[in-house]
Design a protein around this ligand. Structure first.
Ligand code: HEC
Ligand code: HEC
Ligand code: HEC
Length: 131
């Protein structure tokens, strides 16, 4: 009799452990999914269209730059991680016209080109592309 109860208890414990492992795994999965979503939001859009006054707007492959450069502040030290911040700062004269273009985009592309590394465009029409 004791043996039978013992046997049933063990079966029960086993189910509990398996149950806990399965639901634990499920919760873990949800946490990972939430983390990925939060990450995607923090990274901003994959491609960002930057207005450029009378010139054609510029398409920045944002995630490509994040992956290649690693450091967000290579750009975001002069404007925050907020959509529309460049045009806003320019309107309030806190950024000069072409400041982002000259001190960020073109400066880095030129330096990389001169160093023989992977780089981006430095010619006007390669960035200011009319669609
Ligand atoms: C090559 C320059 C560059 C780098 C590097 C960069 N960003 Fe951005 N980011 C931009 C530009 C340009 C904007 C758009 C600003 C505007 O709309 O005026 C922007 C906007 C954003 C936004 C606002 C949402 C959106 O999609 O417009 C977020 C969030 C953001 N960046 C996060 C990041 C994070 C996190 C990193 C580093 C992992 C990073 N950025 C690296 C240039 C860059
Ligand atoms: C690597 C990409 C890139 C290249 C190359 C480039 N630009 Fe730009 N340009 C931008 C970006 C981004 C902006 C918007 C941000 C800013 O004003 O700094 C801009 C803005 C401008 C503006 C508008 C400024 C305003 O607010 O009215 C003019 C004019 C301009 N560029 C002219 C040129 C000319 C001329 C060339 C070639 C000598 C050139 N750009 C090459 C990316 C580029
Ligand atoms: C600190 C360095 C750095 C800054 C700042 C930077 N870039 Fe780049 N950019 C790169 C590098 C490196 C590549 C080459 C990526 C690759 O193909 O591996 C690149 C490539 C590009 C390309 C070509 C992408 C392709 O698919 O071939 C475009 C367009 C571009 N950059 C636009 C911009 C604009 C617009 C800005 C400013 C808002 C900017 N970049 C700022 C380093 C930079």
């Amino acid at each position: 009799m004791m043996n039978l109860i013992d046997f049933m208890m063990r079966g029960f414990m086993k189910k509990c452990i398996i149950g806990a492992a399965v639901s634990g795994g499920f919760i873990f999965f949800i946490l990972v999914a939430m983390n990925v979503l939060a990450d995607e939001q923090l990274k901003g859009s994959e491609i960002i269209t930057i207005p450029a006054g009378s010139m054609a707007p510029v398409n920045l492959p944002h995630h490509l730059h994040q992956n290649v450069l690693g450091d967000c502040n290579l750009c975001h030290d002069i404007f925050p991680q907020v959509a529309g911040s460049i045009i806003d700062l320019k309107n309030h004269k806190k950024l000069k016209k072409q400041q982002v273009m000259n001190t960020k985009c073109i400066q880095c592309h030129k330096a990389n080109k001169e160093a023989g590394k992977h780089s981006g465009p430095t010619e006007c029409m390669k960035c200011h592309v009319r669609s």
